[in-house]
Write a protein that binds this ligand. Structure first.
Ligand code: 5RP
Length: 217
């Protein structure tokens, strides 16, 4: 199977976690795009989305999009990941939507990660860690990452939906995701670090050649 076929398979499988008539939290990225297309067949009350791109795709399929501020809780949040470890901790932000992803995920009772099998790792960090930052702080944040052994660089030509640049940090071996997430989030100028450990996935639907593998954390 191609990577896209694996993504489409887990996108469809995620419908099992969506309650007809209820709201659903929707993430961002190419795997989520397959989920959104499948969601069009389910009579949901509406969706809270983590990116302008996902909101546009939802609306184009006739699905009502609500702002995060309009809801207090969501039964489920469905999103992809760039890496996921054996505890359900993730690196996210390859699509630059990490801040809104963390906000919408925080509203949800359950985080269901959908990913092809290439995203499963023993230790997070091979995928460059995305960090949304305030532009004026970027040079000093590059130096802070260097002190941790990381090589940070601005993602060329990219601003997030919130209007901020992204630093991509290479060379980190993230053996304690919660501690590193907590540490980086304290640094002045960091908007959001793309480690999802405090709000990790409870379930992961992993697309493999043998079918959908369900991981429960
Ligand atoms: C966007 C994300 C995505 O979930 C992540 O990049 C995975 O994307 P894809 O499904 O395209 O591989 O975090 O900010």
């Amino acid at each position: 199977m191609t990577q896209d076929e694996l993504k489409a398979m887990v996108g469809r499988a995620a419908l099992a976690y969506v309650q007809p008539g209820a709201l659903v939290g929707v993430g961002s990225g190419s795997t989520v795009a397959f989920f959104i297309d499948a969601l069009a067949a389910v009579p949901v009350a509406g969706a809270v989305s983590s990116s302008e791109a996902s909101s546009a795709r939802l609306r184009a399929l006739g699905i009502r999009v609500l702002d995060a501020g309009e809801v207090e809780r969501l039964p489920v949040y469905i999103d992809g990941a760039d890496e996921i470890d054996a505890q359900g901790c993730m690196i996210k932000g390859g699509g630059a939507a990490l801040t809104r992803e963390k906000i919408v995920a925080d509203l949800a009772e359950r985080f269901v990660c959908i990913a092809d099998a290439s995203k499963r790792v023993a230790v997070l960090g091979r995928f460059p860690l995305p960090v949304e930052v305030i532009a004026m702080a970027a040079p000093q944040l590059v130096r802070r990452f260097a002190a941790l052994g990381g090589l940070a660089a601005l993602r060329p030509g990219v601003l997030t939906d919130n209007g901020h640049p992204i630093l991509d940090v290479r060379g980190l071996e993230i053996t304690d995701p919660l501690a590193l997430e907590t540490e980086i989030n304290q640094w002045p100028g960091v908007v959001t670090v793309g480690i999802f450990a405090r709000r990790r996935a409870q379930t992961c639907l992993l697309g493999t050649a043998a079918g959908v593998e369900t991981l429960v954390f």
